[in-house]
Design a protein around this ligand. Structure first.
Ligand SMILES: Cc1cc2nc3c(=O)[nH]c(=O)nc-3n(C[C@H](O)[C@H](O)[C@H](O)COP(=O)(O)OP(=O)(O)OC[C@H]3O[C@@H](n4cnc5c(N)ncnc54)[C@H](O)[C@@H]3O)c2cc1C
Length: 417
């Protein structure tokens, strides 16, 4: 079994940006996973990106590879702010980035990852095994879908999580209840409505928080008052977008508090006119239980404290994600336990290394350590150079150590000839 210096598990924005940095540094690495797999398979065609175009680039080690560069090359319209980027353009951009900067990506799944001595052993879905000195987990939101207890255990034919879309054609002409009040729920409701399904959004919130349409060319005073940042407008956003390293230094309680109280459920500006007046929304509504009756899902809900029943052909839980590394079936139990805190979140150093030396985590799974920017592609600009620098440094130090016993071994006695 050949030994690779670094294996990256996952070929989305985070894995690809890191691979580009390692490649530029001349390092030996392999990257596994379906190129832009989550974006190609799990997001609905016709979806628009929530992040602004200027904040949707993968991070390259040199200039010339942003969304803007891609749009210019292909003659596509581009505005940094106030232009909703279509999913299809973003996927094509990501694949173009990969073909230029990442090199070969092996479209295989990792089935098992173990630590053996000072190496990692990986078993792959194509039957091969690999060994590596360093492993980076870049699996996005995979495995972290959160479904409310009332909806758990019902057959997939009737209840699914929003993480699974995908093409929505199956829903044409059907009654679809969507539980949740954020971007996923509102975005799905617009797409379903436009497709000819009857969408009904059930949300706990008493109103929808809509983002304002950002405008370029603002007056300097307005920009000083509320600068445009990767995660949105304002100084708080600027801090969270640009200083994940400072966020990492905060007390864990403070970090938790910030995570819980910033960027709550909300809808992108371009969704407003596609949802308001077109999609049925029940506010202050909570699902208490669910059952299947006559081939339909019947939800018992509490709306404004009053009980009611909502019936649908299918229910989509657009109820978010919660990081729990123990949900990654390919991690051996001892490895998952070793890298996670009690809640299942990875404990990370300032260079994204877990408590198991040589094992790193990047992307949404490290948001509790580095802040909400890690839930977005924008965070690749922080994670990729930091992890690449650390890997390069520690592999070089390791190589020096391995060479040390030879270089500094006592010289053999000269023979007397
Ligand atoms: C509906 C929706 C809309 C979103 N919109 C935006 C947006 O507008 N802007 C934004 O910045 N963020 C958005 N996000 C968040 C976005 O998903 C993440 O920011 C980003 O995709 C994380 O990138 P990643 O590289 O960590 O993982 P992903 O892009 O999720 O990639 C995961 C990779 O892991 C691979 N993989 C999975 N399992 C295995 C395995 N066992 N072995 C090997 N490889 C495996 C997959 O094939 C894939 O290559 C959205 C998320 C959702 C769900």
């Amino acid at each position: 079994m050949s030994l690779t210096d670094t294996i990256i598990i996952g070929a989305g924005p985070y894995g690809s940006s890191l691979a580009a940095h390692l490649r530029a540094a001349g390092m030996d690495y392999q990257i596994l996973g379906e190129p832009m797999g989550a974006w190609r398979n799990l997001m609905p065609p016709g979806m628009l990106l929530r992040s602004e175009a200027f904040a949707s680039s993968l991070h390259a080690p040199r200039s010339g590879f942003t969304v803007e560069d891609y749009c210019r090359l292909k003659g596509l319209p581009y505005r940094p702010l106030g232009m909703a980027l279509p999913l299809e353009t973003f996927v094509e951009y990501g694949l173009w980035f990969q073909s230029n900067l990442v090199g070969e990506i092996q479209p295989v799944d990792v089935l098992a990852l173990r630590r053996v001595g000072d190496q990692f052993k990986l078993s792959l879905s194509d039957g091969r095994s690999l060994a590596a000195r360093k492993v980076v987990v870049a699996l996005g939101l995979k495995g972290f879908a959160q479904t409310p207890p009332a909806l758990r255990g019902l057959p997939e034919q009737y209840v699914t999580h929003s993480e699974l879309y995908g093409n929505l054609e199956w829903a044409r002409g059907k009654d679809i209840a969507i539980v949740g009040g954020g971007q996923s729920a509102l975005g799905l409701s617009a797409l379903l409505n436009e497709l000819g399904a009857r969408a009904h959004v059930l949300m706990r919130e008493s109103s929808v928080v809509w983002h304002e349409r950002p405008q370029g060319g603002r007056h300097i005073l307005s920009r000083i008052k509320g600068p445009d940042a990767g995660l949105g407008r304002g100084w708080r956003s600027l801090f969270l977008s640009e200083f994940p390293g400072v966020f990492h230094m905060l007390d864990p309680k403070r970090r938790k508090q910030i995570m819980e109280h910033t960027y709550g459920a909300s809808g992108a500006w371009w969704l407003h006119d596609r949802v308001v007046g077109k999609v049925q929304i029940s506010h202050r509504t909570e699902v208490r239980s669910a059952a299947i009756e006559n081939d339909r899902v019947v939800l018992n809900v509490l709306t404004d404290g009053k009980q009611a029943r909502v019936s649908a052909d299918h229910v989509i839980a657009a109820t978010g994600f919660k990081t729990d590394m123990r949900q990654h079936a390919f991690l051996s139990k001892d490895l998952a336990d070793a890298i996670s805190n009690q809640g299942g979140m990875p404990d990370l150093t300032s260079h994204y290394e877990t408590r198991v030396r040589g094992l790193y985590v990047v992307g949404p799974a490290c948001a509790h350590s580095f802040g909400p920017v890690m839930r977005f592609v924008y965070g690749t600009k922080h994670a990729s150079p930091t992890v690449a620098r650390h890997i390069v440094g520690s592999l070089k130090a390791g190589a020096r150590q391995r060479a040390w016993p030879i270089a500094h071994a006592p010289m053999p006695e000269r023979s007397g000839e």
